[in-house]
Design a protein around this ligand. Structure first.
Ligand code: NAX
Ligand code: ADP
Ligand code: K
Length: 514
């Protein structure tokens, strides 16, 4: 699914109005009915509803929602927030329609002391500002937001399209906004929803299709995408009936050190469970028994260094052709490991997966960057990202930096998080849609390294591997949390549920082909 900017959404509205064709007021009615339906599905008519409406089209939505809910038997109070002098045409039209209803109470609020009381258990509809927000909110509107956020303790805030005050494409980190429980947004996710800095403002985003014109949506060009199932199903490569283990490549996981052999076990096991033909774990000698006993399906190559890996650079001397290599989980920062990695990276000619301590080694010696093979995949978490690329003032700036580095180095960078951001060498960024807070537990990232290496090994191109790998990793985490709970699940449980996810992708990919 494409993620559009506020101005592209305005264009999409205008294109739909002109080419469907449909009058703007009817498109607004469609959007408002979608919101009202959602509210009616989730909350019974007994609950009081308070609608805060601005003077633009977002407010127009609010007024239409108020009318639809009133007609459906809800008790609705409407407060129009006088944040500007002139109302939009469709706002005025909807105000007229609302006032035509018997007993429809409409209050105009000019100052915060005129705000209506919010009864406990109310459904608060926030339709003050939407995608038309073009500057950070200041002045008395700040107090209005403060009032709503404070009074809403025992109530539910449902924001329409955007939490009021939030801008779709720019940071509003330091500006006031409504803090929604749910944001009912039209047609597509907004960039602001993807960023952790807005997590407690957006609440749970719900995307409601409102039938914006297909031609516009298909042809509009954007650098931002939300990875949903429709993208994933096109990436999946079914295995050929005549294939053999040689078809799916020999993968190598370079991981582990004394006290961190779990990282090697998790990455190796997830690599095996992601379809590699053969998997070798390259570990220090202290990990030999652990590896062989815990994963009999994997081969084990030991580095003579003992508790750490000091001879990684000699890997090529073994005479094995690895189709894919994943390096980093738990390798530690022992000076001889650092030295050995620094030599190893200069010898690589095909894309590799680089994670964890391997990223920290690069951060400590930025001149290594030039040796990272084109189209390699780097998987930093936010701290590792900061060590590699430095601090940024907000997360929009961080996204810009992420994309610039992926382009400059001709690599894929997966910045981990709720919606992991995958920056591609062509400047595009894909946000992964799967995963849950149960995955915020040690070892989850090691599992991802194994999955990515396994996919590369069996012939997925790096872009397909990173998009599919991130999706599968999160979806297996979701399946694990459904089974064990977010609290009780561990990283190993993600691996345990990879099978369910591959089965389901395989099924929907083959159904789509019928
Ligand atoms: N036909 C359409 O264009 C549709 C529009 N829709 C709704 O229309 C919304 C966009 O409407 P508008 O473009 O009228 O914009 P908004 O309703 O978001 O904002 C209205 C006006 O508020 C003012 N404003 C901006 N930032 C402000 C600030 N910080 N403090 C105070 N005032 C500020 C601006 O003059 C802006 O035009 C969408 O979010 C969506 O809810 C939907 O009904 C779908 C159809
Ligand atoms: N709240 C969350 N929602 C979705 N995914 C998450 C969440 N927290 C963590 N994850 C995922 O779990 C993984 C954690 O990786 P990382 O921080 O490297 O863990 P570790 O170093 O312990 O292996 C990442 O892929 C991340 O996207
Ligand atoms: K809003």
């Amino acid at each position: 699914m494409k993620i559009l900017t506020a101005s592209q959404i305005r264009e999409a509205d205008a294109y739909t109005i002109a080419n469907e064709p449909i009058p703007g007021i009817d498109l607004m009615e469609r959007a408002s009915r979608a919101c009202a339906n959602w509210i009616q599905t989730h909350y019974p008519p007994g609950q009081p509803v308070i609608v805060f409406a601005g003077k633009g089209n977002n407010g127009g939505d609010g007024l239409a929602i108020a009318r639809i809910l009133l007609e459906a038997g809800y008790r609705v109070h409407v407060a129009i927030i006088q944040h500007m002098e002139h109302a939009s045409e469709d706002h005025i039209m909807n105000l007229t329609r609302l006032k035509a209803l018997v007993n429809s109470p409409v209050q105009v609020v000019h100052a915060v002391n005129e705000m209506p009381a919010i009864p406990a258990g109310a459904i608060i509809i926030d339709a003050i500002l939407g995608t038309g927000t073009n500057r950070p909110v200041s002045g008395w509107l700040t107090n209005v937001f403060h009032y709503i956020n404070n009074k809403a303790k025992n109530s539910t805030i449902v924001s329409i399209d955007m939490p009021s005050g939030l801008m779709a494409d720019r940071s509003t980190k330091n500006a006031p906004s409504v803090h929604a429980d749910f944001t009912l947004s039209f047609e597509c996710y907004k960039l602001a929803f993807m960023l952790p800095e807005n997590a407690d403002r957006v609440g749970t985003p719900v995307i409601l299709p409102i039938g914006l014109h297909k031609d516009y949506m298909q042809h509009v060009s954007t650098n931002f995408h939300f990875v949903d199932r429709s993208i994933i199903d096109t990436l999946y490569l079914p295995r050929s009936p005549f294939s053999h283990k040689g078809t799916y490549g020999h993968a190598c996981i370079i991981a582990g050190s004394y006290g961190k052999m779990g990282a090697a076990v998790l990455a190796t096991r997830s690599c095996l469970r992601s379809g590699a033909g053969l998997v070798s774990a390259y570990v220090p000698t202290c990990g030999y028994t652990i590896l062989q006993e815990s994963i009999p399906e994997a081969m084990c190559i030991t580095d003579p260094a003992g508790e750490f890996s000091g001879s990684i650079h000699d890997l090529d001397q073994l005479g094995i052709t690895f189709k894919a290599i994943g390096i980093g989980p738990g390798i530690g920062m022992h000076p001889s490991t650092v030295k050995s990695f620094e030599r190893w990276i200069t010898l690589q000619r095909q894309p590799v997966v680089i994670d964890a301590d391997a990223l920290n080694i690069i951060a400590g010696n930025p001149s290594l960057v030039q040796f990272i093979p084109a189209h390699s995949i780097l998987t930093p978490h936010p701290k590792e990202f900061e060590r590699l690329f430095g601090k940024t003032t907000d997360e929009f700036e961080r996204l810009g930096l992420l994309s610039a580095k992926a382009v400059a180095w001709n690599i894929y960078i997966l910045l981990k998080g709720r919606f992991s951001a995958i920056a591609c060498p062509d400047g595009s960024i894909f946000f992964n849609s799967t995963g849950n807070p149960g995955m915020a537990t040690g070892g989850s990232g090691d599992v991802l390294t194994g999955i990515l290496t396994g996919l590369l090994s069996q012939g997925y191109q790096p872009k397909a591997a990173v998009l599919l790998g991130a999706y599968v990793h999160g979806a297996a985490g979701d399946a694990a949390s459904a089974h064990y709970s977010q609290e009780a699940m561990s990283a190993g449980d993600i691996i345990g549920h990879l099978g369910d996810v591959f089965l389901s992708i395989r099924e929907s990919a083959s159904t789509n082909k019928l």
